[in-house]
Design a protein around this ligand. Structure first.
Ligand SMILES: [Zn+2]
Length: 187
């Protein structure tokens, strides 16, 4: 992106904050602004997805989509589920939910079983750097070949519910995203 193009986008010299985003086995660090968040968190659901969209403030017009898969589920240590990582029960938070499939002990019981760890599901972090707003849309769209695609969804649904909410907010808070989401298709 040339300087004039960056100026045309109105993002030149825009102040940003130092942002650090976990991406699997690395941390992305950049100067940017948070423009949208979305979560699938619901009462009583022990696993959910959080999404964020940041815009870089370095004049390149790039964006970062980040996702965190969160879980408060814990399993029986050495149980049949083979999920989670060993942790002392003292690390379990109040919202922690025992897995029913492996009959993990209830939270108060687990906390009293000194020296017996649990297998706590970890949060999973991923992030995608996008060259521009079009690239953001492309990365948020359902991919027909993607394993994330739920076959029960009708074909005309383009974005997952959290991705759609992320875009709805981004449209209000970022002029480039707004323009990209308002592209005229001439028939
Ligand atoms: Zn389990």
């Amino acid at each position: 992106v040339s300087d004039s193009a960056a100026a045309a986008m109105g993002h030149e010299d825009e102040p940003g904050e130092l942002v650090r985003i976990w991406n699997e086995d690395e941390v992305l660090e950049f100067s940017g602004r948070l423009i949208a968040t979305a979560t699938t968190k619901q009462p009583g659901k022990p696993r959910w997805l959080e999404m964020k969209l940041h815009r870089l403030t370095d004049g390149t017009g790039r964006y970062v989509i980040s996702r965190v898969g969160r879980s408060v589920v814990y399993h029986r240590y050495d149980g049949p589920c083979n999920r989670g990582v060993p942790a002392p029960a003292s690390e379990l938070v109040l919202e922690s939910v025992p897995c029913a499939a492996c009959a993990a002990p209830a939270l108060d019981v687990a906390k009293m079983m000194a020296g017996v760890p649990v297998a706590k599901e970890a949060d999973h972090y991923s992030a995608t750097v996008c060259d521009d707003a079009q690239h953001v849309l492309q990365r948020l769209r359902f991919n027909a070949a993607s394993s994330f695609r739920d076959d029960a969804l009708p074909a005309e649904i383009t974005y997952s519910a959290p991705a759609q909410r992320l875009l709805d907010e981004a449209r209000l808070r970022d002029e480039v995203m707004h323009a990209t989401l308002s592209t005229v298709r001439r028939l």
